[in-house]
Design a binder for this molecule. Structure first.
Ligand SMILES: *Cc1c(COP(=O)(O)O)cnc(C)c1O
Length: 421
């Protein structure tokens, strides 16, 4: 039922996303509204006592009306709630809202982004099956395959998925999942979701996309052909660096029914308070990303022209290797960038030790500007060869731009760069 975005090409020239460039489609029973209206009002879940905000149903279990009702809930003949690991109204509101934003069938809230990733792996992989993924994928998303799933006989190949030939060549008869992350972390490489889905579907292989770097505001992988989307809610969707959470959205009911029971039986569920905070953070995601992205464009231009910068990758700069592809897939270039300094790692360390406004911390997508060093931090567990293949060089510094005054962010980077000899 998905409609290709066609010639509604994203306009990087105007960084602010308009309601014209982002249309909502629903697979559920509600009226289509603009993206920001859905962020605020959700999918119309009404609280029985009239609370304007979906309350925190801080309960582990739910009373049945009578024995028959309890039996009907377990038989799936009533949509009453049973037990919070299985489902909870606060969590369901978040799941349905994000599913609408991603144009999917339904959402599955998880304890963390990694909870979402491993739940998808459990659903599609097994002994003798093979996963194909990007060599610059989020470190733990690769680490759990090589460190745990491999023990149960899961095979894996990591290639540069920005190169279609490498993807096609790595497909095996037992490939059961193609797992993409685009833009990837931390190289900001952009993979051609529609082209890869075409190749995958020729071989009946489902495609899952980690859409954390874009959020549904900037990219909708299900519309581009993917079958499953995962997010770390910890990042742009919650946006306030005060929770850890994850979600899976599937395009079809069949995939939803395949994945949801695993989240429940493995106990990867969210808790109601975490869902409440995420739902609150989500309301402002559009205006937060507008602002962060406007800032990011200016910071990227400042860094690109700075004499101490060796290279920079940001989807909003024409120098990005997949600049045109990014414009086709994404509505805006986002707020994530990576760069290398002349003088390599030593200069990068000096920069990270000299910033005062920017915070030296991992994670991303929050209201504050964060700076980090993937080779010694988020991707430190990868082998030297895996880092090399993935382009995670020692000098690479990653920036997640926040919503502060852009003049202050630039002034901070400027004074920190001045400390480098
Ligand atoms: C943070 C992150 C994850 C993992 O999410 P957690 O909420 O930390 O478990 C997965 N993918 C990407 C791209 C991330 O940035």
């Amino acid at each position: 039922m998905h409609v290709a975005r066609g010639n509604e090409a994203p306009q990087y020239t105007s960084i602010r996303i308009t309601e014209k460039t982002i249309k909502l489609k629903y697979h559920m029973n509600h009226k289509p509204t603009g993206f920001n209206s859905t962020l605020v009002h959700g999918t119309g879940q009404k609280d029985p006592l009239g609370s304007v905000i979906t309350p925190i149903y801080q309960t582990s279990t739910f009373a049945f009306k009578n024995a028959d009702h309890g039996a009907a809930c377990f038989a799936g003949e009533s949509d009453g709630y049973i037990y919070t690991r299985i489902g909870n109204p606060t969590i369901r509101d978040l799941e349905k809202t994000i599913a609408a934003l991603e144009h999917g069938f339904d959402g599955i809230g998880c304890s963390s982004g990694m909870g979402a990733v491993t739940t998808v792996y459990m659903a599609y992989l097994g002994a003798g099956k093979h996963i194909l993924s990007h060599n610059a994928v989020y470190g733990p998303a690769r680490g759990v395959i090589e460190g745990a799933f491999s023990k149960f006989g899961v095979e894996s190949t990591y290639v540069d998925t920005t190169d279609l030939e490498q993807v096609e060549a790595a497909i095996r008869p037992n490939t059961a999942l193609i797992y993409l992350e685009t833009p990837a972390n931390p190289t900001i490489g952009i993979s051609d979701i529609p082209a890869i889905c075409k190749i995958a579907h020729k071989h009946n292989i489902p495609v899952c996309v980690d859409n954390t770097f874009c959020s549904p505001y900037l990219q909708n992988p299900l519309d581009l052909g993917a079958d499953i989307v995962v997010h770390s809610l910890t990042k742009f969707l919650n946006g306030h660096a005060d929770i850890v959470g994850g979600i899976i959205v599937t395009k079809t009911e069949a995939d939803y029914k395949k994945v949801r029971p695993l989240m429940v039986t493995m106990g990867c569920n969210m808790d109601p308070h975490q869902a409440f905070l995420t739902r609150r953070g989500l309301k402002t995601m559009g205006i937060r990303i507008d602002r962060a992205q406007e800032n990011a464009v200016k910071v990227a231009e400042f860094l690109e022209s700075h004499p101490k910068i060796d290279w920079i990758v940001y989807p909003g700069l024409k120098s990005h290797p997949q600049y045109e592809l990014g414009r086709r897939l994404m509505r805006g270039p986002g707020a994530m960038m990576s760069f290398g300094l002349k003088g390599g790692l030593e200069s990068g360390k000096k920069l990270m030790d000299s910033v005062q406004l920017c915070v030296l911390a991992v994670s991303l997508g929050g209201i504050e500007t964060l700076i980090q060093h993937p080779a010694s931090m988020t991707h430190s567990k990868l082998s030297a060869s895996a880092k090399k293949e993935g382009g995670i060089s020692d000098e690479l510094v990653r920036l997640s731009i926040g919503i502060e005054e852009v003049a202050d962010i630039i002034a901070d980077l400027d004074q920190a760069l001045a400390q480098i000899n």
